[in-house]
Design a protein around this ligand. Structure first.
Ligand SMILES: Cc1ncc(COP(=O)(O)O)c(C=O)c1O
Length: 436
C-alpha cells in the first residue's frame, strides 16, 4: 500500500486515541530499529519519545524477538489459573529486582489495568474506599483510573466512579522551580494532612501518585516530599501506590523512581518499559503484608490474559536486555549531556523558558515574548503545532503539547544521537523565538 492508501484507510476505518479523527495527521510508520523509525517512503526519524515513553530498550531487539518466538512455539497461552515455568521465572526475577518488600505480582495488559487492580487491592486490603490523587496526573483511560487522573482527559469522562479525592500538586502555582523546596514540601504536606483529616482518614484506602509525573510535565517531587508523604500516610494507615507505568524501568536513571526518594510504596504499578512495549503487559506489585492478606482472602480480580506466557517471555527478555546491556546506567550517564544541551538552548533561544531532565526523562518548556508559557496547561497553541511539523519534517518524532517538548529517547541512545536531536531542536526553536 502507498502512504496515502495506508493513512486514508486508517483514518476511515479506525478511531485514534484522544483525537477527532478528522484532525489527525499520522505518520505512516513502516519499521523501527534502535532509536530510529522509518516511514513507508523510507524516511528516517529519531524516536525522541520512545514510542510513548515506553520503548526503553529501543526498537527491534533480536533477543526479545527470539524469546517471544520460542515461547509461542511451546506455549503461546495458558489459562490464568495455571502454573507455568515462564510465570515462575518472571515472578522470581521481579521479586529479586523490585526493591523492598514488593515481592508479589499481578499481571495485566497495560498500565490502566495495573492501576485498576492496585486500587482494588488497596480497597480489599484496607476495607476503606476513598482514593487520593493529584490533579496534575494521568493514571489510565478506564472509568476508574480516569477518576484518579487529574488532567483534562477526565473532564470528558465525568461523572465517573465515586470515591476519588484530588489534591493540588506539591509544586505550587506555576511550578516555580528554584523556590525553597523544603518550604514547599512542608506546606504541601500540611495541606495534605488537613485534606486527609477533612475527608476522614478512616475512609481513605490509598493515595496514588506518579512518582515522577510524566505526561503532565516531567515533575520530580520537591526535596523530602516522598519521605514526608510516606510518613504522613503511615500515620493515618493510608496505603501509598506509586504509579511507575511511565517513570519506571530505568527511565529516571534508577530501575524505579521511588528509589530516588528513599521510600518503598505499598503497591507499585508498571507497564510500558516492562516489555519495552514490544507486547502489552502491565503489573501490580504488592508488599508482603498485602500479599499475606490475599493468601487468606480472595483477590476479586481477573483477566483472561493474566500472566499470559508470551507476554511474560517478552518481559523477561526485555528486562534482561535493559539491565544486561547497561541501559539504566546509560540513562544516568546521558543525563548531564542532555541537561547541558538544554541549558545551551535556553541561553541561545528566547523562547526556551526552562527545562528539566531526570535520567532520560526530560522536557523543554517554551515561552512567549512576555515570558509566559506559549500555551497554558492544558491548552495547545498553533505555533507549537508549527514547531512539531518542523521537527517531523527534519526527522525528529516526539510529543509536543501545551508549552512542552518532550525529550524521552530510548535508554540505549548514544551521545552522538542526542547531539543530532538537539541540532534539530536548535533549528526548530527559531519558529517559537519568532512568536510574539
Ligand atoms: C503514569 C501512567 N499511568 C498509567 C498509564 C496508562 O497506561 P496504559 O496506557 O498502558 O493503560 C499511563 C500511560 O501513559 C501513564 O503514563
Amino acid at each position: 500500500m502507498t502512504r496515502d492508501e495506508i493513512v486514508s484507510a486508517c483514518l476511515e476505518t479506525t478511531l485514534y486515541s484522544w483525537s477527532a479523527t478528522g484532525k489527525v495527521d499520522p505518520l505512516a510508520i513502516a519499521r523501527a530499529e534502535g532509536v530510529y523509525l522509518w516511514d513507508v517512503d523510507g524516511k528516517r526519524y529519531l524516536d525522541w519519545n520512545s514510542g510513548l515513553m515506553s520503548v526503553n530498550i529501543g526498537h527491534g531487539h533480536p533477543k526479545v524477538l527470539a524469546a517471544v518466538t520460542e515461547q509461542m512455539k511451546t506455549l503461546a497461552f495458558a489459562y490464568p489459573g495455571a502454573a507455568t515455568e515462564i510465570r515462575a521465572r518472571v515472578g522470581r526475577r521481579l521479586a529479586e529486582l523490585v526493591p523492598g518488600n514488593l515481592n508479589t505480582f499481578f499481571f495485566t495488559l497495560g498500565g490502566a489495568e495495573a492501576n485498576e487492580n492496585a486500587i482494588r487491592a488497596a480497597r480489599l486490603y484496607s476495607g476503606r474506599t476513598k482514593i487520593l490523587s493529584r490533579y496534575r496526573s494521568y493514571h489510565g483511560s478506564t472509568n476508574l483510573t480516569l477518576q484518579a487522573t487529574g488532567d483534562n482527559r477526565r473532564w470528558y469522562n465525568e461523572p465517573g466512579a465515586p470515591g476519588f479525592v484530588r489534591v493540588m500538586d506539591p509544586w505550587p502555582y506555576d511550578y516555580s522551580f528554584g523556590a525553597d523546596e523544603d518550604e514547599i514540601t512542608k506546606n504541601h504536606l500540611r495541606y495534605l494532612e488537613e485534606t486527609i483529616r477533612a475527608e476522614g482518614p478512616h475512609t481513605i484506602a490509598a493515595m496514588i501518585i506518579e512518582t515522577v509525573t510524566g505526561t503532565n510535565g516531567i515533575l520530580m517531587p520537591p526535596r523530602g516530599w516522598l519521605k514526608g508523604l510516606r510518613a504522613l500516610l503511615d500515620k493515618y494507615g493510608i496505603l501509598l501506590i506509586c504509579d511507575e507505568v511511565m517513570c519506571g524501568w530505568g527511565r529516571t536513571g534508577k530501575l524505579f523512581a521511588f528509589e530516588h526518594g528513599g521510600i518503598v510504596p505499598d503497591i507499585l504499578t508498571m507497564a510500558k518499559g516492562l516489555t519495552s512495549s514490544y507486547l502489552p503487559l502491565g503489573a501490580m506489585a504488592v508488599s508482603d503484608p498485602i500479599a499475606a492478606h490475599f493468601r487468606d482472602n480472595v483477590f476479586w480480580g481477573g483477566l483472561t490474559y493474566n500472566a499470559h506466557p508470551t507476554l511474560l517471555a517478552c518481559a523477561l527478555a526485555a528486562i534482561d536486555v535493559l539491565i544486561g546491556e547497561g541501559m539504566v546506567d546509560n540513562a544516568t550517564r546521558m543525563e548531564p549531556i542532555m541537561r547541558a544541551h538544554m541549558e545551551r538552548l535556553r541561553l541561545k533561544h528566547s523562547s526556551v523558558r526552562r527545562s528539566r531532565c531526570f535520567g532520560l526523562f526530560g522536557i523543554l518548556e517554551l515561552q512567549d515574548k512576555a515570558g509566559q508559557p506559549i500555551a497554558h496547561y492544558p491548552d495547545n497553541h498553533p505555533v507549537m503545532a508549527k514547531l512539531n511539523r518542523f521537527l517531523i519534517d527534519h526527522g525528529l518524532v516526539t510529543l509536543v503539547r501545551w508549552d512542552g517538548v518532550m525529550c524521552n529517547p530510548p535508554l540505549c541512545i548514544t551521545e552522538a544521537q542526542i547531539d543530532d536531536a538537539f541540532a534539530i531542536l536548535d533549528a526548530g526553536l527559531a519558529i517559537t523565538d519568532a512568536h510574539p
